[in-house]
Design a binder for this molecule. Structure first.
Ligand code: UTP
Length: 296
């Protein structure tokens, strides 16, 4: 069951308006964020993490045609009643766990995929700008057996009072695929510069940004004034870079293993590892893996 941190980050934004081209043709009619890892869609894991960290309002930023992402979270009392009548108690519990009571869903539209920063800006009307809120990219998944990634970051926020960006050390040759953070040597490292997708020779470090952020409302005016950055997109990292001088933003190193489910290999690895982490499935998965002839 999803437990909730009562003193946590109340609003969570899920930018899910992207095109998902790397999963075509699977994503022609099914949004990438609804592709499953084991038995639940990517976005449900991210929602679980946000609720664990205290979210009461979930804002899905979608594009036209991706309404099913929010639909997934609509309660279905008739189905629950049918399953309960058939004695399928475990299934009812699984359905109820999709969206714990008291958590509200809002939908914002991004008219065109102009970039992650633009998607976050589209959520503005649903965000209390006087408080910190979170942004979660469902295709970054973090598996661990302790507190979830956002809960770990909420603890950094509670300690510092500042913004927090999730980071992990990445292959120095791969900096061109990430936002890259430079940090100071504080006990909780503070981000001193942030650059989107630098070439390895220009990267200030190999600390890559993971798709988890705790930010406050000041980000919106920065996003409003921002032009297109790397890849011709309005980049969230550029807006965060613009606030570093005035407002502390800390690097939250996340305990656990991260899977980039925005690409096929990452998605396949996540399916294997999440299945192995599931006590109901582990035995059968191990049997199968042991039988594979893994020589080339
Ligand atoms: P990606 O960079 O993975 O892009 O976005 P994408 O469009 O989903 O997938 P590809 O590259 O075409 O395969 C990371 C996250 O940011 C969201 C996406 O939905 C995803 O959750 N996003 C990206 C938006 O909401 N709007 C955008 O304009 C861009």
């Amino acid at each position: 069951m999803t437990s909730r941190n009562e003193a946590g980050i109340r609003t969570a934004v899920f930018p899910v308006a992207g095109l998902g081209t790397r999963f075509l043709p699977a994503t022609r009619a099914v949004p990438k964020e609804l592709l499953p890892v084991v038995d639940r869609p990517l976005v449900q894991y991210a929602v679980h993490e946000a609720v664990e960290a205290g979210a009461e309002t979930l804002v899905f930023v979608i594009s036209e045609g991706k309404e099913s992402v929010a639909e997934h979270f609509r309660p279905d009392p008739a189905l629950e009643a049918d399953l309960a009548a058939a004695g399928k108690v475990a299934l009812v519990a699984r359905l109820k766990d999709i969206l714990p009571e008291g958590v509200r869903v809002e939908v914002a539209y991004q008219p065109k995929p102009l970039g992650l920063g633009h998607a976050v800006l589209c959520a503005r009307e649903f965000v209390d700008e006087s408080a910190f809120f979170s942004v979660l990219l469902p295709d970054d998944m973090i598996l661990n057996d302790g507190p979830g990634a956002l809960a770990q970051m909420a603890a950094v926020h509670a300690r510092t009072g500042g913004g927090v960006v999730g980071v992990e050390a990445v292959d120095p040759q791969m900096t061109g695929s990430y936002g890259i953070a430079e940090v100071d040597e504080g006990e909780v490292p503070r981000i001193t510069s942030l650059v989107e997708k630098p070439a390895p020779e220009d990267a200030p470090s190999n600390l890559g940004v993971v798709g988890r952020y705790i930010l406050d409302g000041r980000i919106f005016s920065l996003l409003e004034d921002l032009g297109a950055g790397a890849g011709g997109e309005i980049q969230l990292t550029d807006a965060i870079a613009g606030m570093l001088g005035d407002h502390p933003v800390y690097a939250g190193t996340l305990a656990g293993t991260r899977y980039d489910c925005g690409n096929r290999v990452g998605m396949l690895k996540a399916n294997i590892d999440y299945a192995l982490a599931n006590p109901e499935l582990r035995g059968a998965m191990l049997d199968h893996l042991r039988q594979l002839d893994l020589d080339d």
